[in-house]
Ligand binder design. Sequence first.
Ligand SMILES: C[S@@+](CC[C@H](N)C(=O)[O-])C[C@H]1O[C@@H](n2cnc3c(N)ncnc32)[C@H](O)[C@@H]1O
Ligand code: SF4
Ligand code: SF4
Length: 315
Amino acid sequence: MEIMGRGVKQIIQETPSYVHIFSKFVGYKLFNKRSPVYGSADVINVCNLHCTHCYWWLNRKENEELTVDQWKKVIDEKFKKNNIFIITLVGGEPTMRPDVIELFIKEFPKRICIVSNGTIPLKKYDNLYFYWISIDGTKDIHDKIRGNGSWDKTRKNVIDYVEKNGKLAYKDMWITMTINSLNYKTVNDVIEEWRGYSNKIGFQFHTPFMKNDPLWLPFGEERTRVVDEIMTMKEKYSDYIINPDSQLELMKKNWGGKGTTPIDCPTWAILSVDHMGREKRPCCIGSAEDKAMKPICEDCGLGCYSVLVGYGMKG
Ligand SMILES: C[S@@+](CC[C@H](N)C(=O)[O-])C[C@H]1O[C@@H](n2cnc3c(N)ncnc32)[C@H](O)[C@@H]1O
Ligand code: SF4
Ligand code: SF4
């Protein structure tokens, strides 16, 4: 038996963490006490791609990086202190900092997810929870967004990983697709193309930082049809597609806030730090700096927060 890729033995070993999560949940439900459960860390300030939809490039500035020792301090002072359960490593491209990845996995075994573009050969880490591999459509469209040749590289690296690391290696591969106005017609094809090489797939929608961003898929008929299509595919591949229906329904309309202000979005539930270990606001795609560009909450399609709203957590 497995729950979200976690076996019974692992769940038993993690009992102390579940006690913390349970008490956070009870504290929230009974006393509206808000304490973060998840974390995200931009472990690198460099990327080997320059994707057209990417929020990270919008606010990227200096070339500074933290050392492994500095990250250990961030882990202790932010993530351990707050009893964070699962941490997602992002960037930039996190696979370019294997030293920091190793540290995080050592400190949080089976509780680290690496979000990666998959263009660099994927290292096998014992005790990794899983890789989230970003796929943004079928080959031509993915390459239009992520750059020529990127789909082939990612495809090869995922297949190599699955074929070289034993029969359960596919379980380490989860696909994440950010749906936008260029790729929304390819959702079913992406499911069919990747399900043989991955354990799960999750969908989210492009979140704009300016009004009239042409990549944003407007609320209305077409967006609703895409969401309904995912729900229909779920009937066929219920173990593969991870978005709950409650979240998918939210994605059809504004669930997050007004203008650039989060309202229903539970920003408090995910503690997000940038490449210097500073807390980002209002959320993981925001910034630690007040003058930075801000995501538009009323048009938000982010999966990690909308799933929490779908489960009844609010801002
Ligand atoms: C910034 S990337 C960092 C990790 C890695 N470089 C990658 O591409 O997977 C993290 C995720 O955010 C997604 N993303 C980038 N810009 C976005 C936006 N404006 N709205 C929603 N998701 C976005 C990417 O597609 C990717 O899945
Ligand atoms: S690979 Fe990831 S971080 Fe790099 S530009 Fe693309 S989405 Fe952004
Ligand atoms: S996830 Fe970020 S952009 Fe989206 S509603 Fe929440 S705070 Fe706003």
